[in-house]
Ligand binder design. Sequence first.
Ligand code: NAP
Ligand code: 8YV
Length: 312
Amino acid sequence: MKPEILSVANIPGFDFPLMESHFTVHKLWQAQDREKLLAEVASRVRGIQATGTAAVEAALIERLPKLEIIACCGVGYDGIDVAAARRRKIPVTNTPDVLNDCVADLAMGLLIDASRGIARGDRFVRAGKWLKGGLPLAARVSGKRLGIVGMGRIGRIIARRASGFDMRIAYHARHQVADVPFTYHAKLVDLAANSDYLVVIVPGGKETFHLVDEAVMRALGPQGILVNVARGTVIDEAAMVKCLQEGVLGGAALDVFEEEPKVPEALWALDNVVLVPHIGSGTRETRAAMCKLTIDNLVAHFSGKPLLTPVG
Ligand code: NAP
Ligand code: 8YV
């Protein structure tokens, strides 16, 4: 008998046939009637497959008496009630490292786009506006000051990418990192005041909720550009809209939003904003690696082997 897994969320590129070769999979996200499906399978479910943005609340965990493991296809697991899982000694796994390159690539792409106006230029050409004149000048990227909020696995790769653009790099995190040569700012507002670009790459959740507040955005300033590839909750989105509208923040490039997939319509109207739909890890190669790691963790657990990437 294959162990039964509850898939609580889909993610483009997830290899369900591979998971189904090892497990019986119940797709909660596909169910017309979630309650009916849960009533049918709850007593037999031994594992949950989630994603980086899926909610796995205490109520669901408590409803599954045989639950043994929660495997998250994503490095961020802020939607999962890890404390509730721990109370039942249920391990949680995630997918660190395999997505570092692609998320860092996207962060640099967003930064360059927001600064140089690639998407804006594309809209301009397609609308036939070039025939009537050119776009206003943009801002140079190379050699500028980059502030990175979070110097973890992905933050470090963003710094490496930015070094190739001769950027002067500084960062903020709760702790100074011993093995990076960049300037550390214990206060985020100081980092913002000394940056042309602020790239956010910290975990989501209560600890970082609205870490980037109005004061930070004002410190970044009217020429400053805010890039978010972390979680929407890390930035005070309403304050950001206001700062962008008033011109006290120069621009923003956003992969993540507070209430995905809802993006405030006020942002659609702003030409100094680049918007993409949470695609940081969205390449065929990276999704395949994330998916394999998620399934490998589940397989390891049910074979009695050590987990590959348990959450600490
Ligand atoms: P990581 O290696 O754990 O690094 C997290 C960094 O954030 C560390 O430098 C940490 O340093 C810092 N940090 C944590 N809490 C903080 C706080 N309260 N204030 C300031 N800094 C704080 O994580 P990662 O693998 O780089 O991933 C980071 C996050 O990116 C994920 O959790 C996920 O939410 C997001 N992400 C998004 C996408 C996407 O598709 N857009 C893809 C992958 C990941 P200290 O502990 O010293 O504070
Ligand atoms: C995924 C992510 O897009 O790894 C993360 O934390 O945000 C992304 O890689 C996410 O898991 C989709 O829900």
